[in-house]
Design a protein around this ligand. Structure first.
Ligand SMILES: [Zn+2]
Length: 504
């Protein structure tokens, strides 16, 4: 018989119920699954269950971070605002040839932070070079060790990173090389590797797989078609970066004329525009493209905080909503917005929608919560399993202590979870029926030992990283020139609060 856990007397957040004043209920968990939710459960039903007192707590579905990369968690706090195309110079190296110790620790650091902030699923779109069994095992073993649920997708690409930069011809060869002029191998080699990994480490428990072509401009039609087929064969979601920056939109218009200057049409021509597809960012997505996405049941994963810090612009939330596109939320890189905190993502969703239209409404707090749970679950094709507190769903739950000042006074769960909560009141977290944080103590790993190991690693990591950053300063004048040309190119979309005149 599976183990039983009973959460007693919490205010259980129900997307379809009273989102402002959720009712108290008991939650019975059997094994990894929610077995019952009711105001009170008969003693014979709960016999033998371990009881967690959830009175004076809101119990919410675990948050699902639908866009994340674990490769740069050690670089948090290293940068202030930088346009994405400049920042890539410093973040891409984290995807390649790092030590096993570093890969393990960075995975644990990101997962630990996420858990403490109530994130019970991470979609890790990982830059991992070389593709090896050993590298994959190091990452997956770290997630298993800490007990974090992961939707895992090592990124594939068969066009080098320099392919992302418009006006790359302005860059001398050595600068192009810094950004990346090599690929991981042929499309078929990369897909064959992923096939072998899914066979070797099959999905189950807290491990789920997804498919992640880095971006359309980094993938040949052959690779996109192979990814489409791979996702179909294994019944997986697809995640890819699309229209994060103005430069990418300009690149689409100028270099993809055969597809009417549209990455969405390019992906469609490769069979990828379907219900499996999720595009991270969608900042510079045109309305016609939103309608195509919505009609195909394809979705967006919005990462506002990363888009703001990396000077990419503001995603057109209200237009995306109006088109009917599905939406999930994410936090993106740790050196891009520096924190894995979905409360910040939810708040940004509401706030940036607010400054997109001066008319009153719409009220978005409960919708932000829905997108950060059910919407993100749907992005991974895990709808019906994750994102709500209902019988049959996986027991991924977060307990928030209402003695925190965030609830003093308590007027609305939905609004205070979105506008007031920072993650500070989280005291217990359950993933797959397992209590991974209890009364603020991480139960799965020795947090102090991890801290000591990271401190030791950073003694060599920091000087090495700083030397790399310094050596790349030579690229900045060339990137600035390319950047200025991109901003001088007319484009029909506006996603930026610009000064009256752009400084060229
Ligand atoms: Zn990303």
């Amino acid at each position: 018989m599976s183990t039983k856990l009973l959460l007693r007397g919490g205010l259980v957040y129900d997307h379809d119920g009273d989102v402002h004043k959720p009712a108290a209920a008991d939650i019975l968990i059997e094994g990894s699954t929610i077995a019952a939710v009711a105001p009170s459960l008969p003693p014979e039903r709960t016999a033998g269950a371990r009881v967690l007192d959830a009175r004076d707590h809101i119990v919410m579905p675990g948050l699902i971070n639908a866009h994340y990369h674990s490769h740069d968690t050690l670089c948090r706090g290293m940068f202030e605002e930088l346009p994405l195309e400049f920042w890539l110079l410093y973040t891409l190296p984290m995807g390649g040839n790092r030590s096993k110790t570093e890969v393990r620790l960075r995975t644990l650091v990101g997962a630990l932070e996420a858990m403490r902030c109530g994130i019970t699923t991470l979609q890790d779109m990982l830059g991992l070079i070389p593709f090896s069994d050993d590298n994959i095992d190091t990452v997956l073993d770290a997630y298993a060790e800490i007990g974090q649920r992961v939707v895992f997708s090592p990124m594939v690409s068969d066009i080098p990173a320099i392919g992302m930069v418009r006006h790359r011809d302005l860059l001398p060869p050595d600068i192009q090389e810094m950004i990346g002029t090599r690929t991981l191998g042929s499309a078929s080699e990369q897909i064959a590797f992923l096939d072998s990994q899914i066979k070797r480490r099959p999905a189950g428990g807290t491990l789920h797989w997804a498919c992640a072509p880095f971006a359309p401009q980094r993938a040949t039609p052959e690779l996109l078609a192979m990814c489409t087929d791979f996702a179909e064969r294994h019944d997986l979601a697809i995640y890819t970066h699309v229209y994060e920056t103005r430069g990418q939109a300009v690149l689409a218009r100028e270099a993809y004329r055969d597809h009417d200057g549209s990455f969405i049409k390019y992906m469609k021509s490769c069979g990828m525009l379907n219900r499996r597809l999720n595009i991270a960012h969608s900042v510079w997505l045109a309305r016609e493209e939103m309608d195509m996405m919505a009609a195909a049941d394809a979705g967006a994963v919005l990462n506002h905080n990363s888009n703001l810090k990396l000077k990419s612009g503001i995603a057109p939330i209200l237009d995306i909503r109006e088109s009917g596109m599905r939406v999930g939320l994410g936090c993106d890189n740790c050196s891009g917005s520096d924190v894995q905190n979905m409360f910040q993502s939810m708040k940004a969703y509401c706030m940036l929608a607010a400054v997109s239209d001066p008319a009153p409404g719409p009220h978005l707090a409960h919708e932000a919560l829905r997108n950060a749970t059910l919407g993100s679950a749907r992005s991974a094709l895990l709808d019906g399993q994750l994102g709500a507190i209902k019988p049959g769903y996986k027991a991924d739950l977060v307990l928030l202590d209402m003695k925190d000042t965030a609830y003093l006074p308590y007027n609305s769960a939905a609004r205070q979870l979105v506008y007031t909560e920072t993650g500070r009141s989280i005291d217990s977290v359950i993933i797959d029926g397992r209590v991974v944080i209890e009364n603020r103590k991480v139960m799965t790993i020795d947090e102090d030992a991890l801290r000591a190991e990271v401190t030791e690693l950073m003694k060599s990591f920091v000087p090495e990283y700083e030397a790399m950053v310094k050596s790349r300063a030579v690229a900045l004048p060339f990137l600035t020139e390319a950047h200025n040309r991109v901003w001088a190119t007319p484009l029909e979309l506006h996603r930026f609060l610009t000064r009256t005149t752009y400084r060229s």
